[in-house]
Design a protein. Structure first.
Length: 355
């Protein structure tokens, strides 16, 4: 039973007790009746009043109890609906959460798989030959994206059997690009456990780069074979290029490369160089086309001059032919007059002979 109904019952009982106590007090305070009949009348009257008050209180109590029960039933129904809606929403949320947990589990598995693939790639790239192949592939992709295929060659061999990763052909000569960059010491620098080890490996890395610059300068700068007096050293990653160009005291890679006429380039800087070369090649092609057009215009001018001379000669021939034609026409007219005159003089004789 609801607590509100219990409270109402207690209040009604308390009221009834209070009414009984008041009634007894009044009876005790009244003067004694003069006779038994009068006492019984008063007692009956008091009992009737008490009964009426009790019936009225019971009616009020019943009405209040019914109202409270109706309200409690309505509240219970609303609470039941609310709880049902909440349970349904909670069930749907749990279903969505279960699906999201499944997706999260799949994503976690994919991340772990990618991590394994990355570790495998790192293991693969430990081989210097494979690292060189990756740099060559990156260089080939850049060249193919920017330059026409006729203006570069991959794995070009010089007459002394020296092979360069790429040779870019320009109007003044060729430029060699080497992509076999030393990365072993750089990886050791990145994996160093303390600052001293990192500094030591960094200096070794910079010394390797300087040695690689010497090798490029000695092998790929061959003006007698048509190359320009400089070459490019392709660094296949921007972070490696940054570390190499940052340098240390006495190990300035950029300045050392310039002194050897070997220019270090990263993917971004090489792309800028190649775009400039491509623009120059387009300008050179436009210039060649303009020269070819000028030569063709000169030839056309000569042809026009010859045609003009031939046309003038033809005009003279036509003028002479017209003059001869006029003279011949005049002679024909004279001959026609003579024939006509002869014909006219011959007609009378022919008539006399007939008579």
């Amino acid at each position: 039973m609801p607590s509100s109904v219990i409270v109402i019952l207690l209040v009604v009982v308390a009221c009834l007790l209070c009414g009984c106590l008041v009634l007894l007090w009044k009876l005790l305070r009244r003067p004694e009746p003069t006779g038994p009949g009068e006492a019984l009348g008063l007692l009956s009257q008091q009992m009737a009043q008490t009964q009426q008050q009790l019936a009225h209180s019971l009616r009020d109590f019943s009405t209040n109890v019914n109202e409270r029960l109706t309200q409690s039933q309505s509240l219970a129904q609303q609470s039941q609906r609310f709880v049902s809606e909440r349970l349904e929403a909670a069930g749907k949320t749990m279903g969505d959460l279960k699906g999201q947990l499944g997706q999260l589990s799949q994503a976690t598995e994919r991340i772990l798989q990618v991590g394994g693939d990355v570790r495998q790639l790192q293991d693969i790239l430990q081989s210097p030959k494979l690292r060189g192949n990756l740099g060559e592939w990156s260089l080939e992709t850049l060249l193919a994206d920017v330059l026409p295929r006729a203006h570069y060659e991959l794995q070009y061999h010089f007459p002394d059997n020296t092979a360069v990763d790429a040779l870019v052909r320009l109007a003044e000569g060729s430029v060699c690009i080497d992509a076999k960059f030393p990365l072993a010491r750089f990886r050791g620098m990145m994996e160093a456990e303390d600052e001293q080890g990192r500094v030591r490996m960094r200096k070794a890395f910079l010394r390797d780069v300087r040695s690689h610059i010497d090798a490029i300068a000695s092998k790929y700068i061959q003006p007698e074979q048509g190359t320009l007096d400089f070459a490019l050293m392709y660094v296949p990653a921007e972070n490696v290029y940054y570390e190499a160009m940052l340098g240390e005291d006495g190990l300035d890679v950029g300045g050392y490369g310039r002194s050897k006429k070997v220019i270090p380039v990263s993917p971004n800087t090489l792309y800028a160089y190649l775009m400039a070369i491509a623009a120059g090649l387009r300008g050179l092609q436009i210039e060649r086309n303009a020269q070819r057009i000028l030569r063709q215009l000169g030839q056309l001018t000569n042809d026009l001059s010859l045609f003009t001379n031939d046309f003038a000669v033809l005009g003279k021939h036509l003028t002479n032919a017209q003059s001869k034609f006029v003279e011949a026409q005049k002679k024909m007219d004279v001959m026609a007059l003579k024939l006509e005159h002869i014909h006219e003089h011959s007609l009378p004789g022919e008539e006399g002979e007939e008579g």
